[in-house]
Ligand binder design. Structure first.
Ligand SMILES: O=P(O)(O)O[C@H]1O[C@H](CO)[C@@H](O)[C@H]1O
Ligand SMILES: O=c1cc[nH]c(=O)[nH]1
Length: 257
């Protein structure tokens, strides 16, 4: 069985540094850049979609590990980080804006996620909400405020199909996608992405803390409504906020002990 291997089967590393905090981008290509904001960043391992670096903040080891795209690989990543002793995970990713005030280049701090994906349903029935940890969320919101980055905090929509979000009309199941999208808009969903609900649910089940900060790439609803729709892929603000949030959490943990 996988748990008899010395290294967790998919993430493929032993947590030699003893890190308990992990920053989780979806994209393996972003790991090194995020790790460069830590002290003494160094490569740990690369297996499948999981590229991992480690560094320090406030003298505490912090991992940066990619999860790949979608709930299944994010859930496996969180499970195996738990196996190696991580207690706090912070997803940093990209999203598409949904609510009209959410513009390209803004940040979204996900306080909860709509579970329109398959992975979390294999953990707990759909009535159970996917919510972020309050300490991690407060650390993200306070960091965004202190750094002066425009942010929105609220519910995001998680789904499995990127193209079901962007081209629902061409899908045979489009009638359902379009009606649900309309419901999420009416209920005030801020943005759409693909991993936070699995990260929140798996963390909840394993007794870990999870939070999520997203860079808004664009907003298809602004475009549809004839409003200015800026597109930006600059992750700097989201990285700065996630690093400062982890720093705050490390300090808080120290103050409590
Ligand atoms: O930028 P990342 O973290 O990959 O997040 C978003 O981007 C991918 C889709 O383009 C999905 O993984 C989605 O959740
Ligand atoms: O529109 C977008 C942008 C990023 N990620 C998504 O899932 N959707």
């Amino acid at each position: 069985m996988y748990y008899e291997h010395q290294k967790p089967y998919h993430i493929g590393f032993i947590n030699e540094a003893g890190a308990r905090y992990a920053i989780l981008p979806g994209d393996p290509g972003r790991v090194e850049k995020i790790a460069s904001h830590l002290e003494h960043p160094r490569f740990v391992s690369q297996n499948r979609e999981y590229t991992t670096w480690v560094g320090e903040l406030e003298g505490e080891p912090v991992l940066v590990m990619s999860t790949g795209m979608g709930g299944p690989s994010a859930a496996i990543g969180v499970e195996e980080l738990h196996q190696v002793g991580v207690h706090t995970v912070l997803r940093i990713g990209t999203c598409g804006g949904m609510a009209l005030p959410v513009k390209g280049g803004d940040l979204v701090v996900a306080t909860g996620a709509i579970r329109m994906e398959g992975t979390s349903k294999e953990y707990v029935p759909i009535e159970f909400p996917a919510v972020a940890n309050l300490d991690v969320t407060n650390a993200l919101v306070n960091s965004a405020k202190e750094l002066g980055h425009p942010y929105h905090a609220g519910v995001v929509q998680c789904k499995d199909s990127f193209y079901g979000q962007h081209s629902p009309e061409r899908m045979p199941a489009g009638y359902e996608l379009l009606n649900k999208w309309d419901a999420w808009l009416k209920a005030g969903a801020l943005a759409s992405e693909m991993e936070s609900s699995a990260v929140f649910i798996v963390s909840q089940i394993l007794g870990m803390r999870a939070g999520c900060v997203l860079n808004v790439l664009w907003n298809q609803e602004r475009a549809k409504n004839g409003m200015e729709d800026i597109e930006t892929h600059d992750m700097t603000a989201a990285i700065q906020v996630s690093i400062e949030a982890i720093r705050k959490l490390i300090r808080e943990e120290r103050d409590e002990t």
